[in-house]
Design a protein around this ligand. Structure first.
Ligand SMILES: C[S@@+](CC[C@H](N)C(=O)[O-])C[C@H]1O[C@@H](n2cnc3c(N)ncnc32)[C@H](O)[C@@H]1O
Length: 203
């Protein structure tokens, strides 16, 4: 679902320029200068509730939250600025470009929360757990890294279990405690939430 067009979007994005990245070389340089102990990445962060909670709870970890939709991202940026977090960076880009933003083996954890299920098989390659995306995750994940995935779609969950297993990921049912905006909404409506953690095959 597309978020509603936000008022004064350009000005609001500009106000967040200290934490917003749109160019891979500039992001890579900023990330490298942090000498982070660990880098955690959320893909499709939407309005940012999960990323803000996770970054606030783990000040020694650098979080990057990637989103391609400006109208959602602006809320995430404003929440992060209000929380005055020094360890949360945002990327405005499509996940297809992950390998431009992150070094091989540069990320310890990838979170994918409530991504669009793309129910029609015609668009299966747009699912964030499609084989093309899993290949990118394997490239940027460090040894011992993991993908943590949550969805309210039973079909997407089954599809993801299949694609992850086929790509050699080992599945477990561990998960992180922080809720996303969509999760809060679905829990209120009594929907089931499906979760897994996937460990990539050893290189
Ligand atoms: C259903 S929303 C969930 C937002 C948030 N994770 C949550 O749980 O509240 C899915 C988000 O993923 C983003 N998204 C989907 N495909 C993406 C892609 N290829 N690259 C970047 N963002 C993507 C969408 O723009 C949307 O904001």
């Amino acid at each position: 679902m597309r978020p509603r067009k936000k008022k004064h979007l350009t000005e609001r994005l500009e106000r967040a320029s200290a934490i917003l990245y749109t160019e891979p070389p500039i992001f890579r340089e900023a990330l490298a200068s942090r000498n982070a102990r660990a880098v955690h990445l959320e893909i499709g962060c939407g309005k940012g509730s999960f990323a803000v909670q996770a970054a606030a709870a783990n000040p020694d970890i650098t979080f990057a939250a990637l989103e391609r939709e400006k109208n959602a991202l602006v809320t995430a940026l404003e929440r992060a600025m209000s929380a005055e977090l020094g360890n949360l960076m945002f990327i405005l880009a499509d996940a297809k470009r992950l390998a431009e933003y992150f070094e091989p083996c540069g990320v310890q954890r990838i979170y994918i929360n409530f991504c669009d299920p793309w129910s029609s098989n015609k668009h299966a390659d747009r699912r964030l757990t499609a084989p093309g995306f899993l290949a990118l995750y394997k490239e940027i994940l460090a040894a011992g890294g993991a993908v943590l995935f949550k969805t309210d779609s039973a079909e997407l969950f089954e599809y993801s279990r299949r694609t992850l297993s086929a790509e050699g990921f080992r599945l477990s049912d561990e998960f992180a405690p922080w809720l996303t905006d969509y999760e809060t909404k679905w829990l209120t409506l009594g929907r089931t939430i499906y979760k897994l953690t996937a460990y990539p095959p050893d290189a």
